[in-house]
Design a protein around this ligand. Structure first.
Ligand code: ZN
Length: 245
């Protein structure tokens, strides 16, 4: 069997500089498959360039709540004022090609070796999976051995063993997690374009050979922030990037 090294990423949020930094590291590591767990757009100033990059890379992508809202498939009143004004900006700005690409995405996808959801198995679009109880419900709703999710912007890992014991923790940077046979896993790589764990560096993970490894990548935040301000998007969307919030 060919060894495949998979880059798993989420919540790019129209941040081209962060995406390019992550793709650069993924290339250096020899990743040959790219999974993207939704919220490709929303918040940032480069929706079209981000989608073009992912298309060029043959990324396997699903839709997040922001992607669906940008094309009118998710109720924008769900969002706070800052997020909804970014969605309105995105809807007005994106090209027909970007819109067509987003229209083709679903919030859940069953790959042969992993389940992909944006939020959770219970609610692939909008549930924030944060607690062990949230995780238990999603484990019980599927028979996957490994699922990848996003949406919370927090690198994290939930595991359930054969006896039904669940644990959850932060997915660390740089120390591998073994995917033991028998146990089942749900893993969040964190956010590429808007990390919220007080570490402003872009987050993603690499999956291969029965283990995953969390990565963080610095990128030129000032450039991204300047584009957000120049686009007339809410100032907080620029400021929060350097805070990792
Ligand atoms: Zn998001």
């Amino acid at each position: 069997m060919l060894a495949v090294r998979v880059a798993v990423m989420s919540d790019v949020h129209s941040n081209l500089e962060a995406l390019d930094a992550v793709l650069g590291v993924a290339d250096d590591l020899g990743c040959d498959r790219l999974l993207v767990l939704g919220d490709l757009v929303g918040y940032g100033a480069d929706p079209d360039a981000v989608i073009a990059r992912l298309v060029e890379r043959n990324a396997i992508a699903i839709a997040g709540n922001h992607d669906l809202a940008a094309i009118g498939r998710f109720d924008a009143t769900w969002f706070n004022e800052v997020a909804s004004s970014a969605i309105a900006w995105t809807t007005e700005t994106i090209t027909a090609d970007t819109r067509a690409f987003l229209t083709g995405l679903e919030p859940r996808r069953d790959e042969p070796d992993a389940l992909l959801v944006h939020g959770s198995v219970r609610d692939p679009v909008a549930e924030y999976m944060l607690t062990l109880e949230d995780a238990r419900v999603s484990f019980e709703l599927g028979d996957f051995a490994i699922a990848f999710f996003g949406h919370t912007h927090l690198p994290s890992i939930f595991r359930i063993d054969e006896r039904g014991r669940i644990d959850g923790r932060i997915l660390p940077e740089g120390s591998p997690i073994e995917i033991q046979p028998g146990a089942r896993f749900m893993l969040n790589p964190g956010s590429v374009g808007q990390p919220r764990d007080r570490d402003p560096r872009a987050a993603f993970l690499v999956w291969e050979d029965g283990r995953v490894l969390g990565h963080r990548v610095a990128y030129p935040i000032e450039k991204t922030a300047a584009k957000i301000n120049a686009a007339g998007l809410p100032r907080w969307l620029a400021d929060r990037l350097s805070l990792g919030e």
